[in-house]
Design a protein around this ligand. Structure first.
Ligand SMILES: NC(=O)c1ccc[n+]([C@@H]2O[C@H](COP(=O)([O-])OP(=O)(O)OC[C@H]3O[C@@H](n4cnc5c(N)ncnc54)[C@H](OP(=O)(O)O)[C@@H]3O)[C@@H](O)[C@H]2O)c1
Length: 263
């Protein structure tokens, strides 16, 4: 376990979520520096995480996390390398390992990740990749950082767009289904408050069941679908209206857009 001091460039939604996870996992707040241009944001971060160091610019450091918007990622990577970082983890969407490596130069190892927003509550899912020359120890370091806010899987960089299309954008698909179900519940006469409660708890309960069960999603579905029952009628309608092909097309569109944005 390598808990060397770490500098975050960008302490917005994702940056602060990861910092929170690291502090929760026992990293010393004093070993975490966060670079933010706005003094209001620096003050807010210092209040959220007592003991962390905040700065307007990148101070000398040995390891960094890039958590700014993609447009600023290469510059942040260059700044971290120039400040002495020997390893950098970037969560910027669409910014390739090659682009990061070019910005970092030859003496800084880079790891690229695609996290997702459930990281905000410590239930994230991230795919990570690095170049062949990046050592296993550096990849492990990056895994530990993202592991503080969820699960991590290693993939070749050619599959990062697929990870983006599934777990990166995926929360939006789930929320869209929740939105549609809430509207249907109201159409059936339930009050908006009750509809909201039913749907939120449906998703919480089903997600936890899926997460904790050793059975596949397919088996869990079969378990609640008695022949000729209510759920069977509902599922038959979902199948007939083309849910599977809609999801397949959804993911294909996301992969295509993710590839385009990475160019
Ligand atoms: N949110 C997601 O679901 C998600 C998922 C996967 C990947 N990501 C990636 O995570 C990264 C961060 O996303 P986010 O949602 O956390 O964005 P965010 O909330 O906008 O956070 C970025 C933070 O960085 C600050 N910043 C901008 N330029 C800076 C600089 N040069 N030096 C220091 N700080 C700077 C921003 O300040 P200002 O607001 O003042 O500019 C902001 O506070 C993005 O690259 C995104 O692609 C996000």
């Amino acid at each position: 376990m390598n808990r060397q001091p770490i500098t975050f460039v960008g302490g917005g939604n994702m940056g602060s979520a990861i910092i929170e996870g690291l502090v929760r996992a026992g990293w010393a707040a004093a070993d975490i520096t966060v670079v933010e241009l706005s003094s209001d944001r620096r003050n807010a971060l210092a209040t959220m995480f007592p003991g962390i160091v905040t700065s307007e610019s990148v101070l000398p450091c040995s390891a960094g996390v890039i958590a700014v918007k993609p447009g600023g990622a290469a510059q942040a990577c260059h700044a971290l390398a120039a400040a002495g970082a020997q390893r950098v983890l970037s969560i910027a969407a669409g910014i390739s390992v090659a682009t990061l490596q070019e910005a970092a130069g030859d003496h800084t190892a880079v790891v690229r990740a695609m996290p997702n927003t459930p990281a905000l509550i410590g239930e994230g899912m991230a795919g990570i990749c690095a170049s062949d020359s990046t050592s296993a120890e550096v990849v492990q370091w990056a895994e530990e950082i993202l592991g503080a806010v969820g699960k991590v899987v290693r993939v070749p960089e050619s599959l990062i767009d697929a990870v983006t299309a599934i777990s990166g954008s995926g929360p939006a698909y789930v929320f869209l289904v929740a939105e549609a179900l809430t509207n249907s519940a109201i159409e059936q006469g339930l009050s908006p408050e009750v509809a909201d409660l039913l749907v939120r708890q449906l998703f919480v309960g089903s997600a936890q069941l899926l997460g904790q069960s050793s059975e596949s999603a397919q088996q869990l579905r079969a378990n609640v679908t008695s022949p000729n029952g209510v759920t069977a009628a509902a599922i038959a309608t979902l199948e007939a209206t083309g849910l599977r092909s809609a999801i397949s097309e959804t993911v294909k569109s996301a992969v295509i857009r993710s590839r385009e944005m990475g160019k």
